[in-house]
Design a protein around this ligand. Structure first.
Ligand code: PMV
Length: 316
């Protein structure tokens, strides 16, 4: 069986969402893939194809793994192992046989696209389906969130929930609403480029702490929230792109952009409808709304900048 799982971008509202304002996130078709097959032993074999690393464990040992105390050589497997542990315990099954799982991913890591959440959600779906007890989205999302909390110590629902429910989510106060209707239809017609610009210099928590020290942050958050309000009513790409750029300008005021990110946003403004950083910032990725008429020029300009470009669309 093969399970393909999206990644995510934040379209509007990062950082403001930490203070109870709204954010809009979207699942995208940059995916991770999990292949799971039966083996006739009570074992699990994990293979991280991109890193060329493998691991074999007894099924019994998986159920009470202490994730915060894993050997160094297991650390690349921690989201996957924690997801397997929590799924088996949640389903409360004593499997007679184990599985081999092959994990691969097109999602660049540590840059705000939810690569770990994608592996986590994919693993939960794969293991529960494999043992013929497929879980509902509500269960997958909650388990996914618990896994991220167990591995990272802290987590927001944005990544795991967007990646589980797919499409577009409005997030507020750690609660979510799936956005359907004309806004969803509009976003389906949009083509985005994700540009991986540079490695993040700081972790999400450090960037959130940096923003906390800004004096005028509430004024900025309110302006971001107004952008969210306007964006949700938008049905044309020009306006949507302009709002993305406006959101980026406010993120700059929160000191989470970098000169290199700004440079790519500028290119996105000239050759696309608009652009902004996505996620916590401090490096990482830019999202650009593509203007099809100028797409070739856009890509040509971006290629001069030593960045990685990923074409993507909303994934439902
Ligand atoms: O960790 P990232 O890059 O996906 O983005 C986090 C978004 C923040 O609003 C900065 C933090 C949060 O928990 O919502």
């Amino acid at each position: 069986m093969i399970v393909e799982t999206p990644s995510k971008v934040i379209l509007f509202g990062e950082h403001a969402v930490v203070y109870g304002y709204r954010a809009v996130s979207m699942a995208i078709n940059l995916t991770s893939t999990i292949k799971i097959n039966k083996i006739n032993e009570r074992k699990i074999i994990l293979n991280l194809k991109d890193l060329n690393k493998s691991l074999s464990l007894n099924l019994n040992d998986t159920k009470d793994l202490n994730i915060s105390n894993l050997d160094n050589n297991l650390s690349d497997f921690k989201y996957c192992l924690c997801a397997i542990k929590n799924t088996l315990n949640y389903l409360n099954i004593e499997p007679e046989f184990g599985f081999k799982m092959e994990i691969s991913s097109k999602i660049p890591v540590s840059c705000g696209l939810g690569s770990s959440a994608s592996i986590t959600v994919g693993t939960i779906r794969a293991v529960s389906k494999f043992y013929n007890k497929p879980l509902k989205d509500d269960e997958v999302a909650k388990l996914g969130y618990l896994v991220e909390r167990e591995v990272q110590g802290k987590a927001s629902i944005t990544d795991t929930f967007t990646i589980t429910y797919r499409g577009i989510l409005e997030i507020k106060n750690n609660k979510f609403k799936k956005i359907k209707g004309s806004f969803e239809e509009f976003l389906k017609s949009c083509k985005f480029l994700i540009v991986y610009v540079e490695k993040r210099k700081k972790k999400t928590a450090e960037l959130v702490n940096k923003v906390a020290k800004i004096k005028d942050k509430d004024i900025i958050f309110k302006k971001i929230d107004e952008i969210v309000e306007e964006a949700l009513k938008t049905k044309n790409k020009e306006d949507f792109g302009r709002l993305m750029t406006k959101n980026h300008e406010l993120l700059k005021k929160l000191n989470v952009s970098t000169p290199k990110l700004d440079k790519i946003v500028n290119i996105g403004n000239i050759y696309g409808y608009g652009a902004k950083l996505t996620g916590a910032g401090g490096g990482g990725c830019i999202i650009i709304l593509v203007n099809e008429e100028k797409e070739n020029e856009l890509i040509k300009e971006l290629n001069k900048e030593n960045v990685k470009i990923f074409k993507c669309e909303m994934m439902n």
